[in-house]
Design a binder for this molecule. Sequence first.
Ligand SMILES: [Zn+2]
Length: 315
Amino acid sequence: MSYGNVIVGAQGKQPLVSFGVISDVQYADIPDGRSFLGVPRYYRHSLLVLQRAVRSWNEKKVNFVINFGDIIDGFCPKEKSLSATEKVVGEFSNFCGDVYHMIGNHCLYNLPREKLLPLLSIDGHAYYDFSPVPEVRFVVLDGYDISAIGWPEDHPNRLKAIDILKENNPNVDKNSPEGLVGPPRRFVQFNGAVGEEQMEWLDCVLQDATKSNQRVVVCSHLPLDPRATSFAALLWNYEEVMEVVHRYSCVKVCLAGHTHRDGYVMDSRGVHHRVLAAALECPPGSDAFGSVDIFDDSLFVSGTDRMGDQEMVFN
Ligand SMILES: [Zn+2]
């Protein structure tokens, strides 16, 4: 899939920063299977996709890598959760530079937060920001801040999530969006929300980025615009997050995973929303990873196979 034939223009310039992207590796040492909707999943091959991605990022000498979450699959046998996670993190560590991870639902099916975060070198909150060059800031959201998965049984964030699901999803199986229509289909257990404290933090970061005249890229496992994804993959409180984002004009692009297919929309305020295809669903020999160049006035995704190229010109 391609979003425009603009490769020549974008690549003729020197980027401010370049980084590698991959999403939904969902590795497990189990035979191939299918999603709930019947889409083939290649649990072992996805590790080979990651290996080829790392090789490509090293060859291209990108500055760092962002992993959009779900590095191991929920079907990974639980006694192998730790070793499988270490195996995937080990592959990422073959990249000659920093790797920024975010957590996904599948990671949390395997390991509780307190075990998962240190493995992903995430210290403290699973939301954070970084600025690789003065002109650009990355904001990584934790979409499982309010979530029924990953927290201890009696954790207030888990209890809050259970209340949200009870209020918005009448199904006994809270992983099922059956009967829900449109964006309300997002109220399923495999999604979550950004909590209040994180929302305040986001506001502060964007305020600071505005003062510093930075271009901001928001990264999230869960997509933030219903037109770029299937409704059942959206962040529960995407509207609240976008309300904060739209207070400022510094956010140029929102990148996400979780949906497994490429998706794109530019919202009414000119913010680009791009969802990245999953490594898990690449038939043997094919790939889904990319490298991204950020310029003064645009961002360019160079995708491989199932991940499409795209130029996004800043508003
Ligand atoms: Zn996911």
